[in-house]
Design a protein around this ligand. Structure first.
Ligand SMILES: Cc1cc2nc3c(=O)[nH]c(=O)nc-3n(C[C@H](O)[C@H](O)[C@H](O)COP(=O)(O)OP(=O)(O)OC[C@H]3O[C@@H](n4cnc5c(N)ncnc54)[C@H](O)[C@@H]3O)c2cc1C
Length: 438
């Protein structure tokens, strides 16, 4: 260890190539960060991407990794491979802990670095709304690690259920509760239901195919509340057809690792609880004395500048562009993040070339969600599709959005195979998983 530390903090500069160009530091290589890099590649700016992981994760398909539908390396992509041909872009693996705006410095767990322009694209983390017990005992779905944790929890509990002769314990091990009726929750519920329908009879012959009970709990009066009535209603029908028990107007208030409690007094025995009910913005210390938007998001103006700073920008899930038209900011989905990344690339080039910049304008391209094979809903402007056509569209959009040719190929191949035989990929337990609260 060469670097000096003060209070465990590394104080040496992070080594970077020499450059005469202004330096743009981007924290976070999600959809927004990568779209910005694409727009700045081989331009007269030095671009430094910092991320705590060395890979981009395609979050919309995390649920498929969680239910053994895809392998993890099909939906993650190494940053270094992505930027290998970009002369002005470099990547440093580090966690940003603090930002010192007075000195234009970023402090990470590996060292410090200075910036001319700083872009926060740090996304969100799971929000358990302060319920510590629920957080300790359940699993979120925000990262590839979360997906693998869910997969191992599910496979281990199914094995344990085969071992125990105690029927109550067997029920608890094979009951699944998903909290949150947004796209992530309904996709997870649909995928688990398909696992139960098609994989259980093949792999777990000792069980009846009804062994897994899947509950989806939603606090409001409908699932997919940001989509049209038609899409929301159809998604509900699809889930019910797959035997998912959808509980609307129910709020989870507690979970001790075995029993889920709701506000209305319901108790559900389940050793598997997957929490998709909310996210909150995550960003390093140093700019917190600002007023934040709902969901811990940074308020930015229509140029994506963080209020109060001239050279600090935020985009994607962490940013809320608050205007009269968008009083709650844009939706926290991939399209605004990608469009903001592209916009900011043009804006930064214009700023450094002393040209005028235009305001960011979001173009809503619609919303899609799937509940399982041939079952999807799509809202595209005034048009709504459901069923097979929507599912084909969903599949196409997702294949095109995944980063990397190999990943597109792997996902496409996997889906084609499972289209014909409903087979999922490997169902190996390769590491022992234990929930922290248990
Ligand atoms: C389960 C799930 C399903 C989804 N499904 C859909 C869908 O079907 N359609 C859709 O449009 N959207 C979907 N979304 C939402 C979509 O994935 C997000 O809107 C999108 O990922 C936001 O992009 P981003 O670049 O803002 O942040 P992210 O993609 O979250 O990237 C943030 C990056 O910042 C890094 N980071 C954070 N803090 C630090 C730090 N302090 N130091 C270093 N690095 C840091 C993280 O490692 C990460 O790489 C889904 C999300 C989830 C979780």
């Amino acid at each position: 260890m060469n670097n000096q530390t003060t209070n465990n903090r590394v104080t040496e500069p992070i080594c970077l190539p020499a450059s005469n160009y202004p330096r743009v530091v981007i924290i976070g290589g999600g959809f927004a960060g990568l779209a910005l890099i694409e727009g700045l590649k081989n331009k007269k700016l030095q671009v430094v991407l910092i991320d705590r992981n060395n890979f981009h994760q395609f979050q919309p398909l995390l649920y498929q990794v969680a239910t053994s539908g895809l392998e993890p390396d099909s939906i993650v992509f190494p940053f270094r491979k992505q930027i290998s041909a970009y002369k002005n872009v470099c990547f440093r693996l580090a966690e940003v802990e603090e930002i010192k705006t007075e000195t234009n410095t970023v402090i990470t767990n590996k060292g410090i670095l200075s910036y001319d322009f700083l872009v926060l694209a740090t996304g969100t983390e799971t929000n358990f709304f302060g319920m510590k017990e629920v957080e300790e005992n359940s699993l979120g779905l925000k990262s590839i690690r979360d997906s693998l944790n869910i997969r191992h929890m599910m496979l281990q509990n199914l094995e344990q259920a085969a071992i125990t002769c105690d029927k109550t314990e067997q029920n608890a091990l094979t009951n699944f509760v998903i909290v949150g009726g947004g796209p992530a929750g309904i996709e997870m519920a649909g995928s688990l239901a398909e696992f139960c329908k098609y994989i259980i009879p093949k792999d777990y012959k000792e069980y009846p195919s009804s062994i897994m009970s899947i509950f989806l709990i939603e606090a409001s009066d409908k699932i997919l509340s940001t989509m049209s009535e038609k899409s929301s209603g159809r998604a509900l029908k699809y889930l019910e057809k797959l035997d998912v028990k959808v509980l609307l107007n129910e709020v989870v208030t507690g979970y001790d690792g075995k029993t889920v409690t709701t506000k209305s007094g319901k108790k559900i025995l389940a050793k598997n609880l997957i929490w998709t009910a909310g996210v909150k913005g995550q960003f390093p210390r140093g700019i917190n004395d600002l007023k934040l938007a709902n969901g811990n998001r940074l308020i930015v103006d229509e140029y994506l500048k963080v209020k109060g700073y001239d050279n600090v920008f935020a985009m994607g899930d962490i940013a809320a562009v608050i205007t009269d038209d968008t009083p709650r900011g844009h939706p926290q989905v991939a399209q605004p993040a990608i469009q903001q990344g592209r916009y900011l690339a043009g804006a930064l080039l214009n700023i450094t070339n002393k040209k005028q910049i235009r305001r960011f304008k979001y173009k809503d391209k619609g919303a899609l969600a799937t509940v399982g094979k041939k079952k999807a809903v799509a809202d595209l402007g005034k048009f709504n599709f459901t069923g097979y056509v929507a599912w084909l569209l969903w599949s196409l959009v997702h294949i095109l959005s995944i980063i990397g040719f190999r990943n597109k190929l792997m996902v496409g191949l996997n889906w084609t195979m499972s289209y014909f035989n409903y087979e999922k990929s490997n169902r190996l337990i390769i590491r022992n998983f234990k929930k922290t609260g248990n």
